[in-house]
Design a protein around this ligand. Sequence first.
Ligand SMILES: [Ca+2]
Length: 310
Amino acid sequence: MTAPPIVIDSDTASDDAVAIAMALRHSNADVLAITTVAGNCSVEQATRNALYTAELCHSDVPVFEGSAAPLSVPPEFATWFHGRDGLGDRGYPPPARAAERTDGVTALIDVIRSHPGCTLVTLGPLTNVALALSREPALVGDVGRCVVMGGTNNSVGNVTPAAEFNLWFDPHAARAVFAAGLPIEMAGWDLCRGHAGLTVAEQRELAAASTLGRFFVECNAKAIEAIAEQSGSERLELPDPTAMAVALERDRVVLRSSRHHVEVEAASTLTRGMSVVDSLDVTGRAPNTEVIWEIDVDRFKQMLVDAATA
Ligand SMILES: [Ca+2]
């Protein structure tokens, strides 16, 4: 059966690039568009990185540049994690193609409206999605699935003790999107940790698989250093690819999930961007999110190799 087409919204840096390549090279995926957003790096840099990644995948998928800053807070990029250029500062050449003329928010609205039932995969802060929904609230009904890489499922944060980067970067957008009624499947940062992280041997194997496999590992070189410094782990953790694996092969990849009410904190300084999952239904509020707790790590890793060798 043909899967619904996919729209990717991304603050394209190193793990986004791997996730985008997984979708562009998957045998059963039709990627309609990539919209870019500020987050890991500036939106201009994210656009260049998305175009460069598409080029490496021999794809002419249209790329639309979206929001340059969060709704209500100043942008604070994650260059310490992904490098100044978002791709590990390895001096990759500029892309041959340019972005489309339409802005990312308008493109999100147009593409989703003309493909009802499509799957929206968000790999960055939710600024573009929040703006699209504020302009066109009825868009909610046209999204078949909304797979969000974001949040931490009430567990450890990666940018503050309480929050994961994407939701923290634009907490007001995240709060609005989780409250909007979209069919959200939340792939939190916790999914890429532990055994889902690539061991040094697995990194070597992926890098040796192909030119694209080498790019997957090399553009994450800064991330590998940052992870080691932050948590002492030698593994390469890839948050966006875990979310993309869920988007592309939910039935094979998701081992455990359940529906809950999830609300994002935007007012507090301490817990800004925290995804508060009502896992015991103590509020009695209707579930708005399919929270993913566990993925098939072996299948996820095989999908990375498949993307490199397809
Ligand atoms: Ca991202």
